[in-house]
Design a protein around this ligand. Structure first.
Ligand code: ATR
Length: 500
């Protein structure tokens, strides 16, 4: 079982110690990132392990390896030397590990580390994806006696992540090593560290105010509670959500993992930020993923890869759920159901018969919304930046349409009982703004925003200020996720976990 190692990236040792106190009961060790410390603090590095009272790694990462240190090799050497300069009798006061880059060869430092019981982690940071000569690099790193090899690959896409699993899954479980893929694409290598035989999972102390050390790095509580890092085993069933980089902020992992945990299922659900569908599917095959959700921008791009499509996927033209079926994937759409259930709750009605509505956007989410609105008896228009997509979607339902032009404002004047925002504008971590900033709310419109993170978007704030009733997409998310959960597990989502 990998150890959870908290990365301490404060500018003072006092800040680092305060962050450690916040997470002490959740982590097994810490990494003091001396490259983040103010220069004056570097004199006190040596006292750190004694104050921290937990196994500690000393790291001075250079900029070229993705760190912050730029004071030159001479100073770096001095920091290592000071950090390790304890006599044998003071073993408890020493760093348990020192992380030294592959090209750092100062025999006296290495000798001192060995003499004083400090283990050397010999690291290579590949900042531009998996190197072509990885076999040679890894052979070099692992050929040194008494040293623990560490490979950190900054993934430029899911192919790099797939290579990490290809090279390290299973393997010689006997010897110690550290393997991680950095960046958002590499997220799953952290949660699935056990499968890579990595002795460590790095966690961030961002919740205590320290900068996250790397994107994709999680707080210890999320690792332990949402992603069950200390329970997960290679025999568990794996699920996930395919999306763009913003999928890191998705609430879906929280919802599904809580359900799995409550029902005692050995199943785990992860976000997979992806550069494209194909590398994701290759990785999903390698990892044995049994089912996945699909979000922006892949709800339509997934269609050619489905070996079977439900009637709703065929009718809607978008898919938000894929379930493994033999060697292929069966596609379902639970978005239309989720929207339909939640918009009726929001408006307090069973049917939307005769209601005049505007759909903002014409992507995969808009398609599910259009399908649901038609099924509920509403009339609608579609407005979208890309006019031909608006036209195509609207015409398949006999709705009116417009690009984001003056005509859109005129059209909306006639279709404004309910406005449904389905574009990705305003998503946490994505493009900020209000996709209909030119539309003036009168106060009588109801606005349904399909985004739920952040909980309030710019357009919601504006509509609210004008006196409109507004809802975000949390209820839709929950309802579509519950339907998905049943497809994944064959069981009902636990009622006790339902949000109000
Ligand atoms: P999803 O499948 O989740 O709906 P999508 O198919 O990529 O994702 O659709 C995203 C929607 O957001 C589209 O309607 C897109 O408009 P275009 O069709 O014109 O691309 C809309 N969108 C994304 N960025 C936008 C922006 N900056 N301004 C306006 N609309 C935007």
């Amino acid at each position: 079982m990998p150890k959870i190692c908290l990365c301490l990236t404060g500018s003072t040792i006092a800040q680092d110690l305060a962050a450690l106190e916040k997470y002490r009961d959740k982590v097994d060790m810490v990494e003091l990132r001396a490259d983040f410390l103010d220069p004056g603090e570097l004199f006190h590095v040596r006292a750190f392990p004694e104050k921290a009272r937990i196994p500690s790694i000393l790291t001075v990462r250079r900029r070229s390896d993705g760190g912050m240190f730029d004071m030159g090799e001479g100073v770096r050497l001095v920091i290592f030397a000071r950090g390790l300069a304890f006599a044998d009798s003071n073993r408890g006061k020493n760093f348990s590990h020192v992380d030294i880059e592959y090209d750092f060869h100062i025999p006296s430092i290495q000798e001192a580390a060995r003499t004083f019981g400090t283990k050397i982690i010999r690291s290579k940071h590949c900042m531009h994806g998996m190197p072509e000569d990885i076999d040679r690099v890894w052979r070099d790193l692992s050929a040194r006696p008494y040293e623990i090899p560490k490979l950190a690959v900054a993934a430029e896409g899911l192919r790099d992540v797939d290579s990490v699993f290809r090279l390290f899954e299973g393997g010689d479980g006997g010897s110690e090593r550290v393997v991680v893929s950095m960046g958002a694409y590499g997220f799953c290598t952290r949660v699935l560290a056990a499968r890579l035989g990595s002795m460590l999972v790095y966690a961030s102390a961002s919740g205590s105010g320290l900068e996250p050390e790397a994107p994709g790095q999680l707080e210890p509580s999320k690792l332990l509670e949402t992603f069950r890092a200390k329970e997960y085993g290679p025999d568990w069933s794996l699920y996930g959500i395919l999306g763009g980089p913003t999928v890191i902020h998705s609430l879906s992992p929280t919802i599904h993992n809580a359900g799995f945990s409550e029902l005692g299922l050995r199943s785990l659900y992860l976000p997979f930020p992806a550069d494209d569908v194909e590398p994701f599917l290759a990785l999903a095959d390698r990892l044995g993923v049994k089912g996945f959700s699909i979000t922006v921008p892949f709800k339509e791009r997934i269609l050619p890869y489905l070996t079977r499509r439900s009637a709703e996927v065929e009718a809607i033209g978008a898919c938000n759920t894929a379930i493994r079926e033999g060697s292929g994937w069966a596609g379902y759409n639970t978005d239309a159901y989720g929207f339909s259930a939640d918009v009726r709750r929001f408006l307090g009605v069973e049917s939307l018969y005769g209601l005049r509505t505007t759909i903002v956007g014409a992507g995969g989410a808009a398609k599910a919304v259009a399908f649901a609105l038609r099924s509920l008896g509403a009339k609608a228009c579609v407005i979208n930046r890309n006019m031909s997509k608006a036209k195509h979607l609207a015409e398949s339902y006999g709705f009116e349409w417009s690009g984001m032009t003056e005509r859109a404002a005129d059209l909306m004047e006639r279709y404004n009982d309910l406005i449904v925002q389905t574009t990705s504008v305003g998503l946490e971590g994505g493009q900020a703004g209000d996709p209909i900033e030119w539309y003036e709310f009168s106060g009588r419109e109801a606005l349904y925003e399909t985004i739920y993170s952040p909980t309030e978007t710019d357009v919601m704030r504006r509509a609210k200020a004008a006196g409109c009733r507004v809802s975000n997409g949390l209820g839709m998310l929950q309802a579509q996720a519950e339907a998905q959960f049943s497809l994944f597990s064959g069981m009902d989502y636990p009622q006790s976990l339902r949000r109000a």
